[in-house]
Ligand binder design. Sequence first.
Ligand code: FES
Length: 119
Amino acid sequence: MDGAEIETIEGLGTQNDLHPVQAAFVDNAALQCGFCIPGMIMQSRSLLQDNPDPTEAEIRKGLSENLCRCTGYEKIIDAVQDAAERMSSDQTVATDGGDPTHGTTACSNRKCSRGENDE
Ligand code: FES
C-alpha cells in the first residue's frame, strides 16, 4: 500500500460545491441516520467511474459490501441512478449544494432539496 492514495468523503466536494453523487443523495433523501452515507457515496462514485450507466442489479452488487440499517436501499439506488444521469449529462451542481438545475434554464417542476418549488 506504499504510495497508495486514500480519498475520503471530505475530499469529494464541499458544502458549496457538492459532487454530483453527493447532490443526488441529498436530492433523493437517500439517508436517514447518515452513518453509512460516506461509504455509500464513495463506493457509488467508484462504481460510476467504472460503469457510468449501471443497471439496478449492478448498483446493488456494487454497494453490497456497504450496509445500511435504515433506508432499505431503495432511495440509495434511486440516488445512484440519478447521479449516473447527472454525470452522463454533465450537469453541474448548484453552488449552494442544492438542486443542480437551480439557476439554470433547465429548472424542473419538482420540489427540490431546499424545500422550494422551482416554479
Ligand atoms: S442511513 Fe442509517 S445506516 Fe444508512
